[in-house]
Design a protein. Structure first.
Length: 159
């Protein structure tokens, strides 16, 4: 199956089923005779900007992150604010770094949005499964990033 067709099927499956992890997604794909490696599914999840949210029962669930086709910088900041509210669990500052804990499997998406927006307060981001390390030049810059991520509606680090 072509990548484009697999992506369309994955979107359909996520919209129609409460898929909680990559293993479940792979099982649903097998029902359609689509075999893919875990690495391929991980790339598909990243490419499709699939996030893990918590459903009304308190269980994790894959969801398509909604965005416009041609976002402006203002739209990107609004997307960051929405995403921050949905996926950030905790934000701390350690010297010149901001440590962000997210819901599982969402750190790379949030880091990507931060990288796309580009702030002079952020030198680099590193993301894992559920943690982002944001490196700033100074402790003061890191504190500004932390303050923004704790409540992005009150300030902005993007000019």
């Amino acid at each position: 199956m072509r990548k484009k067709d697999r992506h369309e099927l994955i979107k359909k499956l996520i919209l129609e089923n409460p898929i909680r992890n990559q293993g479940e997604l792979m099982e649903y794909l097998l029902e359609y005779q689509v075999s893919a490696t875990q690495a391929t599914i991980s790339r598909d999840i990243r490419d499709l900007k699939i996030i893990k949210t918590i459903d009304e029962s308190g269980n994790p669930r894959f969801e398509l992150f909604q965005e416009r086709k041609t976002p402006t910088e203002d739209d990107d900041i609004k997307r960051l604010i929405r995403m921050s509210n949905d996926v950030i669990v905790k934000v701390d500052t350690v010297q010149f770094m901001t440590i962000v804990n997210t819901l599982p499997d969402n750190a790379h998406l949030l880091a990507s949005v931060l990288d796309d927006l580009s702030s002079e307060l952020i030198v680099a981001t590193m993301a894992s499964f559920d943690t982002i390390i944001i490196i700033s030049r100074t402790p003061d810059d890191a504190q500004k990033v932390t303050t923004f991520l704790q409540d992005p509606t009150q300030s902005s680090i993007f000019k």
